[in-house]
Write a protein that binds this ligand. Structure first.
Ligand code: FAD
Length: 444
């Protein structure tokens, strides 16, 4: 009898252990994807576009046989299984708070077989000697390296015989609008990885903090949808102890680390990981809303902050260093809560990932695991001078400032061009205010 491969965050056919598991039964296989409103709702148009384009690419790999349905997976997955008389539904394990509950419910109705996960080392696997979980990255990283990961699985779409039933609940894949400039799917992911590996990886450690150079892999979007598995990249890094590959391996470990943290503390998606921060005072009222709107639109009057927020709106992506700078600015200069910024990021980022995003924000806000000390407040001007030393990044994203040469684009010593806002706050003053509020927490 047939089996189902239910695709979720593994929209690929190469190196997919669920395919091996489904094929092992010897029957035909139905490739299924569920458009689930609960997951679509928090994402904005850009992220949906990427999803739809990725589904179209997967469908092509399956020879047009990807079966897409719409609805609550708790209902529609058992329904499809019943209609085709499937024995088992194969999935990669999901460790997010929503996915875990959903899968438990589905597993009560069908034989849900979990093989593999979207991570090199699945959440819960790296533990301390006493069995507890890590809340600090560096020791986690050491154990993660020791743990190791599987070699890539040898699968392709042709490993199995794909079913193509005319199910009444099947819907067409929503069309990705023409605005999507993203090359979606597993072939694009492998091509991008190869390009990065061969050209930029060797100097990644030296250039990864420079938004002007655009020298990072931009693999986050492909990892988000599982168009490539991290172990495929890790296999290419094997036997390369030099600084570039080593730094890249460490970043991939951060992704696993945050998934592990969220797995152990699902509440940390919405709440402070460190409950002491529940007493933090945030601003509210009309002035706070004006500041919020300026931040969202990239009109704070701080060039690197504005460049980042405009890159987010234009590309659905932002360089990591700039994500830290704009997040710090929202929390410590504007005194607004991290979860508002995190929600805005999840709406606009095409790589929006609950674990990496919420914990990236909590790290900046000081309330997370392994947090940056709260008193280390990023200065948006000196961060700009340091990481965008010639000002190219700012000029790329803030057209009002294009006529200003070199690093002066960060300081605007000779005045502000018409149309570019004055700073909405004074960083020096707000830094002291942030430290005072932090002091209250410590005393409280
Ligand atoms: P590269 O530098 O090429 O890194 C390679 C891969 O390593 C990334 O694709 C990513 O999977 C992983 N990685 C790198 N840095 C981190 C990190 N700090 N934490 C976790 N994984 C990391 N990443 C997301 O994938 N989705 C998010 O929603 C997200 N939100 C963030 C929010 C904030 C406030 C901050 C500070 C960081 C956030 N990050 C998020 C982490 C990081 O900024 C992005 O992964 C990175 O910028 C993606 O670009 P890249 O693929 O070119 O990265």
């Amino acid at each position: 009898s047939p089996a189902i491969v239910w695709f979720r965050r593994d929209l690929r056919t190469r190196d997919l252990p669920t395919l091996t598991a489904a094929a092992a039964a010897g029957g035909a296989v139905l490739g299924l994807f569920v458009l689930d409103e609960a997951l679509l709702r928090p994402s904005g148009p850009a992220r949906r576009e990427v999803l739809y384009a990725t589904l179209a690419a997967l469908d092509e790999e399956l020879g047009g046989r990807l079966c897409v349905v719409r609805g609550d997976p708790r209902v529609v997955v058992p329904q499809v299984a019943k209609e085709i008389g499937a024995d088992a539904v194969h999935v990669s394990a999901d460790f997010g708070p929503y996915g875990r509950d959903r899968d438990e419910a589905v597993a009560r109705e069908v034989d849900l077989v979990r093989t593999g996960s979207p991570y090199a080392v699945a959440p819960g696997r790296v533990t301390k000697a006493d069995g507890g979980s890590y809340r600090v990255f560096t020791p986690y990283f050491g154990r993660w390296l020791d743990h190791g990961w599987r070699v890539p699985a040898d699968t392709t779409a042709s490993t199995v015989a794909w079913l193509d039933p005319a199910l009444p609940i099947r819907v067409p894949i929503p069309r990705a609008g023409s605005t999507s400039r993203w090359e979606a799917g597993e072939r694009a992911a492998l091509a991008r990885w190869t390009e990065f590996r061969d050209n930029d990886l060797a100097h990644y450690d030296a250039t990864r903090d420079r938004p002007d150079l655009d020298a990072t892999s931009r693999m986050s979007v492909y990892l988000k949808y599982g168009c490539i598995h991290p172990r495929t990249m890790l296999a290419d890094l094997a036997g390369r102890p030099d600084a570039g590959p080593a730094a890249f391996r460490r970043q991939l470990a951060w992704r696993d680390f945050y998934a592990d943290v969220l797995h152990h503390r699902p509440d940390s998606a919405r709440r402070n990981y460190d409950p002491r921060f529940d007493a933090m005072r945030y601003d509210s009222g009309p002035d706070a809303e004006t500041a919020w709107s300026a931040w969202c639109a990239g009109r704070t009057g701080y060039p690197i902050v504005d460049a980042g927020m405009r890159q987010l709106l234009a590309e659905g992506w932002m360089h990591n260093r700039v994500r830290m700078i704009v997040a710090s600015f929202l929390v410590k200069d504007l005194h607004l809560p991290w979860w508002r910024g995190a929600r805005y990021f999840m709406r606009h980022l095409i790589d929006g990932d609950l674990a990496s995003n919420q914990h990236g924000w909590q790290w900046t806000a000081g309330s997370g695991t392994d947090a940056a000390p709260y008193f280390r407040v990023f200065n948006p001007i000196s961060q700009g001078q340091k990481f965008d030393p010639d000002g190219d990044y700012v000029r790329r994203w803030v057209p009002e400032l294009r006529a200003i040469a070199g690093a002066r684009v960060h300081t605007l010593d000779d005045g502000r061009p018409l149309g570019y806002p004055d700073p909405i706050v004074d960083h020096g003053v707000e830094r002291m205010e942030a430290l005072a509020r932090y002091g209250e927490l410590k005393r409280g």
